[in-house]
Design a protein around this ligand. Structure first.
Ligand code: SF4
Length: 341
């Protein structure tokens, strides 16, 4: 669970109005549109949504890893009190790896196939802590790898000699050896079989408990995230539409998109004659997103205002935020954000 100060969760990362835009020949694509949220110290925050909703782009945006023709076009990422959007390249190199580590679906794309596991870890230590002696770095690598449940003899293996789950644990280890505060796991379990996936998800929880690290778990698998996350954030078409305590969001989903997503999860209680809910329509083309609420063409509760004005992310209950006109009075909303589409 997240650490607390004066009865409130301690904030590690404050994301404010963050936007990512891709400049394509067909026009600007607003892949992430003014998203705001906090990540607490020591929490696991699940970030879910359909493919193409912007969740991975948001993860990369937090680390300023958006390649041209994309860019972080607006907003702040205040990490431990400092806006990393103001960092120069040298500061960013230190930030990536030392403070925040990112793991992807296929670790083979991040690990060097001709470097042994110990060489990866020693190199990471020496890049960020140049004065460290090789013997000390090797000792740290041994201790860490054992804490992650891998025998130290595997340090001399090459990445292809490890199982998929072990490779992901090595990637996690590369962040932990530098005492990273935040691990962004982007579909990190997707390529694993269900048994290894379940094990790794359990280990993520253990790692959070043992190292006190925060984890942003990006996945399309809402049932999987329910097993480990403390809070859940739901994205749709580049916007965050709901955020709250995981149990609360599952028990009382407020946004019509979240309600639809949860209805799509098969359960053992389902009547065999009943058809599983299927969300109507398709996600929008973000080159020309719908005006107002981007979900309105698919929403069973859409009202005239929904296609005119964008709602804001409003708190509806303790720490439960929702981005929907069903919970807001347009007459009471201030000008500004709501007039934008
Ligand atoms: Fe549906 Fe309107 Fe809410 Fe969007 S703002 S989710 S269209 S009710």
């Amino acid at each position: 669970m997240s650490s607390e100060k004066n009865g409130k969760p301690e904030v590690l990362s404050e994301v404010r109005e963050l936007s990512v835009t891709y400049h394509t020949r067909l026009g600007p694509v607003s892949a992430v549109d003014r998203v705001s949220f906090d990540i607490y110290k020591g929490e696991i925050l699940g970030l879910v949504g359909e493919s193409g909703c912007g969740k991975s782009t948001l993860g990369k945006g937090l680390m300023r890893m958006i390649a041209p023709p994309g860019e972080v076009s607006h907003g702040q990422h205040i990490f431990d009190g400092e806006d990393i959007m103001q960092y120069n390249e040298r500061q960013m190199r230190d930030f990536r790896g030392r403070r925040v580590s990112m793991i992807f679906q296929d670790p083979m794309t991040s690990l060097n196939p001709v470097q042994r596991v110990d060489e990866h870890i020693i190199e990471a230590i020496k890049v960020h802590e140049p004065g460290t002696k090789k013997a000390n770095a090797l000792e740290r690598a041994k201790q860490l790898i054992e804490r992650l449940g891998i025998q130290d003899r595997r340090l001399s293996d090459y990445p292809h000699q490890l199982s998929g789950g072990m490779r992901q644990r090595v990637m996690i280890g590369l962040g932990l050896v530098l005492n990273a505060d935040l691990i962004i796991a982007d579909e990190a379990t997707t390529s694993l079989d269900v048994i290894v996936e379940a094990k790794l998800v359990d280990q993520l929880k253990q790692i959070r408990d043992e190292f006190g690290v925060s984890i942003l778990m990006i996945t399309h698998n809402i049932a999987l995230v329910a097993q480990v996350a403390d809070r859940l954030a739901v994205m749709y078409a580049g916007r965050m539409v709901e955020l709250g305590d995981i149990k609360e969001v599952f028990a009382n989903p407020k946004h019509p998109y979240t309600q639809g997503l949860l209805s799509c999860i098969p359960t053992t209680k389902i009547d065999k004659t009943e058809e599983l809910y299927k969300m109507p329509g398709e996600p929008p083309n973000l080159t020309h997103p719908p005006k107002g609420c981007r979900f309105h063409p698919r929403c069973p509760h859409a009202m005239p205002i929904c296609s005119q004005k964008r709602p804001t992310l409003k708190e509806e209950g303790d720490g439960h935020f929702v981005h929907c006109w069903l919970y807001q009075d347009p007459e009471l909303e201030d000008e500004g954000l709501n007039n934008e589409v």
